[in-house]
Design a protein around this ligand. Structure first.
Ligand SMILES: NC(=O)c1ccc[n+]([C@@H]2O[C@H](COP(=O)([O-])OP(=O)(O)OC[C@H]3O[C@@H](n4cnc5c(N)ncnc54)[C@H](OP(=O)(O)O)[C@@H]3O)[C@@H](O)[C@H]2O)c1
Length: 413
């Protein structure tokens, strides 16, 4: 099995484990096979004086635990089982489960500067879909490589003085149970009082809460009294946008698929109104809910929903359209449908601007402070839709496009 490497700095968090283990150490499993779990099966051990006696009892260890800690020349040798999900074939249109492979591998060493992290929660983000293709919007993943995903986890072994066992960390942990990763690619999770580490994959997550904050506040410059429209509103980013916009005094209308999601937007998140895009003409519903037009459109979806929003921008000028994403287009990036009504921008003295959240890192401290205060005051929450274990990662990725989940779709390995 070939395991390629990532070349660009933006996505450097691939586990080194794949590169370190030989094909002979791996066992390839098709999706749906029973999970063997990725918990550590051995312990770090550093007393070289016990080498002889350990080698005598090693067979017993192997028999009872499946692995054996042995000290080699004073260097810490370990043996952990990692289970990972990789790209088997490139999808043709919408991905199918056979595009993914699942296999076990052994992690035998934590080299200097590396940290071994037990993955706790992975964020299921739409950009992951684009890495499965040859020419993606984000960087392409090689065939055989572990599928990239941001996640949080706890350190279980470290060869970096800056990380101790038990520390919570955040980074590109990828679709696996254990991530062996250079510490330079991790961020230590140090939440403010009253905020749990789990929020780093939710309201404080880079692809969730921080994306919502950056798009709404840094790019969209939301003002109190604005009429804000959000598409994909019942998803992870959208749920955050609805609540952050309400907290800033805006009048918020969410667009989502189905009556249950619309009820969630109004009853649980506090949106002023919701539009079910599956239940009729979005433009007509929008015209009725915002007769004077909208000031800010936060778009997660693109396609015909973007056109409906452009057609309803406030005619008196100053409206902003923020392009966060276009999930309706990710299955056919070689044939993206652009907005037909973009001339409304000129007619109505409006603007349209896209953004990548990581380009606004200079404002993350400010964002985290504001969001943490909302969490502490009980003014923001992001329900999780949990898929488990890691073998179900492909199913979860497909779910993003069928809209089965409400809130933040995550995988707990
Ligand atoms: N710019 C950035 O830096 C940045 C960072 C992170 C995320 N994003 C973008 O933010 C957007 C939301 O991401 P997320 O992780 O929060 O996903 P999400 O909203 O939790 O899940 C995607 C939702 O999109 C809706 N959807 C899927 N296909 C659709 C279609 N063809 N037409 C209309 N709606 C469709 C579904 O909800 P319904 O049931 O309502 O259809 C689905 O639940 C994505 O476009 C993503 O690429 C951008």
């Amino acid at each position: 099995m070939f395991v390629g490497s990532w070349s660009q700095a933006d996505f450097r968090g691939r586990s080194a484990a794949g590169a370190q283990t030989s094909a002979a150490q791996r066992r390839t499993i098709v999706p749906g096979a029973p999970n063997t779990k990725g918990h550590p099966q051995g312990w770090p051990f550093a007393r070289s004086g016990l080498l002889l006696s350990l080698s005598l009892v090693a067979p017993l260890w192997r028999w009872s635990l499946g692995t054996c800690p042995i000290c080699i020349s004073g260097r810490r040798a370990i043996s952990y089982n990692n289970r990972r999900v990789f790209i088997r074939t490139r999808p043709d249109g919408a991905p199918v489960l056979t595009d993914f492979g699942i296999e076990d591998e052994t992690i035998a060493d934590v080299a200097s500067g590396q940290v071994l992290v037990k993955v706790d929660t992975l964020s299921m983000d739409a950009w992951i879909r684009t890495t499965l293709n040859d020419a993606g919007m984000h960087e392409t993943g090689d065939l055989g490589s572990t599928i990239r995903a941001f996640g949080i986890g706890q350190v279980i072994a470290s060869s970096d003085a800056g990380y101790a066992e038990g520390d919570w960390t955040y980074g590109m942990l990828s679709a696996q149970t254990l991530a062996l990763i250079p510490s330079s690619q991790l961020t230590k999770v140090e939440p403010e009082p009253g905020v749990s580490p789990q929020e780093y994959i939710g309201l404080l997550g880079i692809t969730t809460g921080l994306t919502a904050w950056v798009g709404l506040i840094a790019v969209g410059e939301v003002q109190a009294g604005d009429v804000v429209l959000v598409s994909g509103a019942a998803g992870a980013v959208g749920s955050c946008v609805v609540q952050f916009a309400k907290a800033r005094g805006a009048h918020v209308i969410g667009i989502a698929g189905g009556a249950a999601k619309c009820a969630y937007l109004v009853d649980q998140l506090g949106a002023d109104a919701a539009i079910d895009y599956k239940a009729g003409d979005v433009g007509a519903q929008l015209g009725a809910l915002a007769p004077d037009g909208i000031d800010l459109f936060f778009d997660n979806v693109g396609g015909s929903i973007l056109d409906a929003a452009l057609d309803n921008l406030r005619p008196s000028g100053g409206a902003r359209v923020v392009i966060c994403g276009a999930i309706s287009q990710y299955q056919h990036l070689d044939d993206v449908a652009g907005p037909k009504l973009y001339l409304r921008l000129a007619e109505r003295n409006a603007s349209m601007r896209g953004f990548v959240v990581s380009h606004h890192a200079a404002r993350f401290t400010e964002a985290k402070k504001e969001i943490s205060a909302l969490i502490r005051d009980g003014k923001a929450r992001l329900p999780e839709y949990v898929v488990s274990p890691i073998d179900k990662f492909p199913d979860a990725l497909l779910m993003l496009f069928s809209g089965q989940h409400t809130g933040n779709l995550v995988v707990k390995p």
